[in-house]
Ligand binder design. Sequence first.
Ligand SMILES: Cc1ncc(C[n+]2csc(CCOP(=O)(O)OP(=O)(O)O)c2C)c(N)n1
Ligand SMILES: [Mg+2]
Length: 435
Amino acid sequence: MAKKKKRNQGIEVEHKRSDRQPRTPSPASANQRMYTILDYRLEKPSFTVRQVRTTDGVSYQLTGALDAPVPPIRESRYLSRKQHIEIYRWMLLNRKMEAALENLYKQGKVVGGVYFGLGQEACSCASAYALNKEDWLGPMIRNQGSMLVRGFSARDIMMQYMAKAGSPTRGRDASSHFGDTQDRNVVAPISTLGDLIPVLAGVALGARLQGRNIAVMTYIGDGGQSTGVTYEGLNFAAVQDLGLVLFVENNVWAYSTPSDMQFRVKDLAERAIAYGIPGVIVDGTDPCQVYDAAHQACERARRGEGPTLIEAKLMRMKGHAIHDAAEYVPKPLFEYWRKRDPIARFEDYLLKVRKWLTPTENRELISGVDQQLDADRDFAVASPMPEPESAAGGVYCENGCHEIRPKYATPKVKAGPAARVKPGSKESEAAVHLK
Ligand SMILES: Cc1ncc(C[n+]2csc(CCOP(=O)(O)OP(=O)(O)O)c2C)c(N)n1
Ligand SMILES: [Mg+2]
């Protein structure tokens, strides 16, 4: 009975720890329920982006306190000095690798587009850093930092974007749709938004059936969380007490739709109340807050107590992908978040506040990252493309041993607008057979 009570009040559980917040005042009436959401932030940004319809289309109007002082980094309760520096290095590698990818794209070496996590490095890197080896990760396309932390190299990611023969998918995909279910416990990103949530819940269920509780971490955006499958997956994890750690990366934009057009709750962490699970808010530009929340959620997952929803507030500092110049974003919003840059603030924290890195050590660390990236980029650029004849193999199975026979072989009519085919003509008969 006592256990049941604790479970049903899951949202309260986190507050019994050392960062206890003032008790919620008694409800004014017995009919009124009160819920609390743990909020780690040292600053609560207050701005709104509203869509304004004009005769030419739409634009976005920004209002709010944009000159607020930049918040400090919140001291971590768990991370050692060494771990701080490791996370800082991952964040640098994440950013510099994406800058290198942008250059490769501009040199025409990338096949397809490039997706960036600029401004989101703290969230990607510090969250994945909280996972143990036997836990699982399901990154989204912007979480390239998480993939680095989980053991993929910048070389793997660059080769993948260039569709090289030696890339993780051997040239079968040209962005980050790759994982490793054998060694690194990484489910490949799924572009259908929200679908990773039930998949990761399933991974946790699979582990449970083998007698283990593990943490399974995945991400969803402020836009993607609107999908039905997000509800289904998270609700399933909640009722089954599966160890899902869901980061809702609220980066203000879903492509060109501002979050104000996406949901009406004040904070997306409030959604946790409806699932009956803990909801936490962190400043997604502060790696210490991200790590601490992720660590607590992972520990809860490993204890078999169920999922946690962590909303990370941050900003997508580029367009949706390289083809999107993000012209629709009001410029002062970029200014506001640039002052809250996760890497510059963490660097400042390590050098000036904690004094855990001297300027010389920092320069050495940065040049080590640069050297590693240069070597990875040169290797990736020089490596060969796959042989065209190999294209059909290794798509549906790892070894490429399954022959895929084309059902209809070479088209008998030239592809072209269907309207041009005259009804009743020979070509139209062939077109019917081709369907
Ligand atoms: C189910 C589904 N609907 C639509 C899309 C097309 N789509 C790809 S990314 C995107 C916007 C995603 O925004 P958000 O979830 O906020 O993530 P962010 O890009 O900000 O990281 C959309 C609509 C999709 N991939 N899947
Ligand atoms: Mg978004």
